[in-house]
Ligand binder design. Sequence first.
Ligand SMILES: [Fe+2]
Length: 87
Amino acid sequence: MAGLRGDGWNLGFVVETERQVEAHLDEHLESLPAADTRSREIIRVMKDDEARHAEHAEHAGARTLPPPIPQAMALASKLMKLVAYRL
Ligand SMILES: [Fe+2]
């Protein structure tokens, strides 16, 4: 649907997705043991990748998604995480 509205909206979804993934990776960093430096470094690299993807989408003309779209996306991802953890 976003693609039908044009690249700006499409890229807006990319930015929001990447930002939410970054936040999810932050949760992992908070829960990982401090001594697990190898896992922490992997997560940090993943987080940097996601941030870079978001920046590229912003530079390519992403539009800012209006409420309640980001909140709805966060709710959907929370549901997906809940289901994934239970499987
Ligand atoms: Fe990404």
